[in-house]
Design a protein around this ligand. Structure first.
Ligand code: SF4
Length: 204
């Protein structure tokens, strides 16, 4: 059986991948490492929701409790146009390093569950980072479980965040003027591949 460290972006996005993996006979260890979640109280709220879900789901976890605002900004400032790719790489690299420390041979991520993330970018980053660390990347397209996961999170009364995570995505969620400008830019350049992960209008 594969020994998987499953990067978990939050509790709600883990509610569907966990039973899907268990149905395959895989019992993952879930790893919360998300320097992209801001501000601090939001980070703490999502972390608490993740711990709550893990306890109720009897899921083994590893947690990085450090608030990673500075780490995230050092990576992204001046490269905002590529921020989601950098963000995925940051989190998946930390997952690969922790998997090696734990003696696990495979990594994956609950980001593959989200309809609002850049799925192919995540897949590519995961495969490259896993290979660079001598690990396997378990790819699954969990987006088809989107509604099921939402319903489970609601039933469990888990905190469901209204924006992706970073301070940029928070502005994109609430600043109507910015949203209009981004929508116009998107219409002009529909083929842009490195635009931010959705504008995260929907609650996850
Ligand atoms: S929008 Fe989401 S995926 Fe993109 S950089 Fe911000 S937190 Fe990361």
């Amino acid at each position: 059986m594969k020994k998987i460290l499953l990067h978990a972006c939050c509790g709600p996005c883990t509610t569907a991948p966990l039973p899907a993996l268990r149905a395959e006979g895989i019992e993952p260890v879930a790893f919360f490492h998300n320097p992209n979640i801001h501000p601090f109280r939001e980070f703490r709220r999502r972390l608490n929701a993740f711990v709550d879900f893990a306890a109720r789901g009897k899921m083994a976890i590893e947690i990085d409790r450090e608030y990673g605002l500075v780490e995230y900004l050092r990576k992204v400032v001046g490269r905002e146009g590529k921020r989601c790719r950098l963000c995925y790489e940051m989190r998946l690299t930390a997952t690969a390093v922790r998997a090696k420390e734990l003696g696990l041979d495979t990594i994956s991520t609950t980001l593959l569950y989200s309809r609002y993330q850049k799925h192919e970018l995540i897949r590519r980053a995961g495969e490259e980072i896993a290979a660079a660390h001598g690990l396997c990347f378990l790819y699954r397209d969990w987006r088809e479980l989107w509604q099921e996961g939402i319903e489970r999170a609601i039933t469990m009364n888990l905190y469901r965040q209204p924006y992706c995570g970073c301070i940029y995505s928070e502005q994109e969620r609430y600043d109507k003027k910015l949203r209009r400008r981004l929508a116009a830019e998107r219409r002009q350049s529909a083929a842009t591949t490195e635009a931010p992960a959705a504008e995260n209008a929907a609650r996850i």
